[in-house]
Structures are given as structure tokens and as C-alpha cells.
Design a protein around this ligand. Structure first.
Ligand code: ZN
Length: 269
């Protein structure tokens, strides 16, 4: 999508209860540094966030470092005749571009960072979006979750697209994260998909969670045989994540949404 088309899309779909637009120049190898700066400045000016797919595969690192490898063959002419590798690792490539430092990006994936890049990520104030379903789809090695969390770098959950995932289902993403990183626990994993991510995206400008003034966006589940589970929250959440039941009700901005219209982002409830 061109910058002009992106701007048209924002004006056609202004922010609503259903949809809040942010911006993502795709990746360091596919987005020109000028486009990255443009997108980041737009985000900064409008109180938005920006994100970029970064260090998802070793082939991508190879492309940035050498200009060759299987990804070069795969992308072919797409990169254009004037494209040159920066000869840097992915986050160092991004760090030498002059996007506004007060508006750090979300890094999608960030599967393959060097020790120096983990420290750089902390200094830049970025957050990371891990996509457990996509990670499993490609059979990738373990995501370096502890490396980020130990440096205070927030990690949130996402789905990536259907090109690299079986379903776009955030509850499944939470379940997969807990399966792959049981030390995290259900409660913290759900926060990574919901409240903590919402707070970071809004820059703490809006209340989130079960707080007065926060949007009443709610999922309801009726859990069979949940009577005996009044005890630890973790056991209840485990049941919530593993049930095959569809949600009983969805509320957006305080109003129940008819089941068949749940997925339509553009219609009002
Ligand atoms: Zn991606």
C-alpha cells in the first residue's frame, strides 16, 4: 500500500469503538528509511503507535547483512534495482534511521536478536509483539521471552496474518503462549494480549481494564462445571483458555453485539 493509499484508508475509516488505526511500515528490508520516518512521524503527531516486522527469520538477517541469500531470490525484483543492504543486524539498521525517539516502535516477531540488540531494544524503549500461532506454524525455535522480560521490555501477543497462522484467534494465541512458556501463567499471558497491550498502545492516555471510564469491551464465557473452581484464578483461567465453547456474548462499548456481526469491524453495534 502506498503512503497516499494509507492516508486515504485512514480518512475512510476514522477511529471508532470498533477500530483504532495505527501504522506499520512493513519491514526494514521492504520499507525505505524515508517511509519509516514518515510513518513514525505521523504516529507521533497523531498520538498513535507504529510497528515494524523485524528479525523474524535468519534469512531476513542474511539479506540485510549481505544483500544475498534465499530471501533475495524469493523477493526478486520487488526490492528494486537501487536497493542496497545496510550490512547491519536488524535492530541496528532500524536504530540508524532518524524516527522520533519519543515514539518508539512495536517490533513484530523479533525472534533473532543479538545480545547487543536486546540491550539496544531496552534503551530505545520499544515493545515486542510475539505471535505464538505463527511461531508454531513455522516450527521456529523457542521465542526469547525471558531475554526481553528480564530487561523490562514489554512483550504483547498478536496473530500475524492468515498467511502464517491457522486462525486469527487471540484466545488461542494466549493458550499457545502458556503451552510454550508455562512459567508465564494464564493471568500474565492474558494481560499480554489485553490490558497491558491496550495501555501501551494508548500511551496511558485512556483508562483500560475494569476501571471507571474504560471502554466496556467484554467477552463472556459460560464455563460448564465451573462451580468448584471458585478457588485460584489460575485454574479458572486455564479452564477459560481450554474450553472449546464459543463465547456466550460479546460486548463492545457497553453494548451486546449480535453473534453473527461480532467480526464486522466497521459496523456499529
Ligand atoms: Zn510478520
Amino acid at each position: 500500500m502506498s503512503w497516499r493509499a494509507a492516508r486515504r484508508s485512514w480518512s475512510e475509516h476514522p477511529d471508532s469503538d470498533r477500530l483504532i488505526a495505527h501504522v506499520s511500515p512493513h519491514a526494514p528490508y521492504s520499507a525505505h528509511p524515508r517511509l519509516i520516518v514518515k510513518a513514525a512521524k505521523w504516529a507521533y503527531r497523531h498520538g498513535k503507535r507504529w510497528g515494524i516486522h523485524l528479525a523474524e527469520t535468519v534469512e531476513e538477517l542474511d539479506l540485510l547483512a549481505t544483500g544475498g541469500g534465499p530471501m533475495r531470490d524469493f523477493l526478486g525484483d520487488f526490492l528494486g534495482r537501487n536497493w542496497r543492504p545496510s550490512r547491519l543486524v536488524a535492530l541496528e539498521h532500524l536504530a540508524q534511521i532518524s524516527w522520533p525517539r519519543a515514539c518508539p516502535p512495536l517490533l513484530f516477531h523479533a525472534n533473532h536478536l543479538t545480545a547487543r540488540e536486546f540491550d539496544l531494544a531496552a534503551r530505545l524503549g520499544v515493545a515486542v509483539v510475539h505471535c505464538p500461532g505463527s511461531h508454531r506454524y513455522y516450527g521456529r525455535t523457542t521465542f526469547p521471552l525471558a531475554e526481553f522480560l528480564s530487561r523490562g521490555i514489554p512483550v504483547f501477543l498478536g496473530t500475524d496474518s492468515l498467511a502464517s497462522n491457522q486462525r486469527l484467534d487471540m484466545r488461542r494465541e494466549v493458550r499457545l503462549l502458556v503451552e510454550m512458556h508455562p512459567e508465564v501463567g494464564c493471568e500474565a499471558a492474558l494481560r499480554m494480549a489485553g490490558r497491558d497491550a491496550a495501555a501501551w498502545l494508548s500511551g496511558a492516555a485512556a483508562p483500560v481494564g475494569l476501571t471507571p471510564g474504560a471502554p466496556a469491551d467484554l467477552w463472556w464465557w459460560r464455563l460448564p462445571q465451573s462451580r468448584g473452581l471458585a478457588g485460584p484464578t489460575e485454574a479458572l483461567l486455564e479452564r477459560l483458555l481450554s474450553t472449546s465453547e464459543a463465547s456466550s456474548e460479546v460486548w463492545i462499548a457497553g453494548q451486546a453485539v449480535p453473534a453473527r456481526r461480532n467480526l464486522n469491524l466497521y459496523s456499529s453495534p
